[in-house]
Write a protein that binds this ligand. Structure first.
Ligand code: ASP
Length: 280
């Protein structure tokens, strides 16, 4: 069993010691709960379970605490990929619900598994997801002062379960101050991908991640025989010519775990089968 979770990018300047300690505590707490959950649930269910808890923490830019777009609205995106069935489902720019990852989960049963904008929001309402405001005072203040995003990041989770099955889930509030309608990488296969060999979840500048097809590329390289470390290294090297800004966590079917970041610094926590480690 392996679980990695991430809370996206945070600039050093946005992290007081107190915030760092809090993030550390929250990440470890979510990791612990996810480990217990994984004892009796599979990789997909656990990736959703962990991602929903990350969405509920206002510390991170997903679900509660999501960033606000240029027109003052919050639009969130989330996706799941089941590495066994090879099914991907997701919502893009969904509004007014608490946990976008649960809507992505619900979409797994549909023929139409990726919904965007108004259609996604209407689908969530039809499926009984109650209206919920994910706006926090802090995000509102940032928005009103027209401050650039401080990098508070997307969340994600990759899991290897007891049966050797893999899954990835990712959720985001976007970049902040984006043009309404902008599409994040998180609900695409560039930001979230898994198969029987590897699972990857990304964070960073969506445009850079999409340009490199990052998650899919790492997973494909592992499938074609690269080690997880080599696949990460080569794929991150390919971001360099355009100074691509990205971070990712990954796990392979043989139990290897890895993370990489093009710039400092992604915050994440990992259970490698024996120990918990947290990096903030
Ligand atoms: N990848 C997200 C996006 O571009 C943002 C982030 O990860 O912080 O929407």
């Amino acid at each position: 069993m392996r679980i990695l979770i991430h809370g996206g990018f945070f600039s050093e300047s946005s992290q007081s010691n107190e915030t760092k300690l809090l993030k550390q505590k929250v990440l470890l707490d979510i990791l612990e709960k996810s480990k217990v959950y994984l004892q009796s649930n599979n990789a997909v269910a656990t990736s959703i379970f962990a991602t929903a808890m990350l969405e509920d923490s206002p510390l991170f830019n997903a679900g509660t605490g999501s960033q606000i777009q240029q027109d003052g609205k919050i639009r969130m995106s989330a996706a799941i990929m089941d590495g066994t069935s090879l099914k991907f489902s997701g919502v893009i720019n969904v509004e007014d619900i608490q946990n976008p990852v649960f809507v992505a989960q619900r979409l797994m049963k549909e023929d139409d598994r990726v919904l965007g904008g108004e259609g996604a929001t209407k689908y969530a309402a039809k499926e009984g997801f109650p209206l919920f405001s994910t706006e926090t005072e802090e995000r509102k203040k940032e928005y009103l002062s027209k401050k650039e995003s401080n990098g508070t990041g997307t969340v994600g989770c990759v899991v290897l379960d007891r049966q050797g099955k893999l899954a990835a889930a990712t959720s985001t509030g976007g970049k902040g101050f984006e043009i309404p309608g902008r599409v994040s990488d998180s609900a695409t296969i560039a930001g979230n991908f898994a198969n029987q060999n590897c699972a990857v979840s990304c964070t960073g500048v969506g445009e850079d991640i999409v340009s490199s097809g990052l998650a899919t590329k790492i997973v494909t390289r592992v499938t074609d025989g690269f080690s997880l470390t080599e696949a990460f290294k080569k794929s991150f090297d390919e971001l360099k010519p355009y100074d691509g800004f990205a971070g990712a966590i990954g796990v392979s079917k043989n139990g290897d775990v890895f993370f990489s970041e093009s710039h400092p610094k992604i915050v994440y926590a990992c259970f490698d089968g024996e120990n918990n480690t947290v990096f903030v």
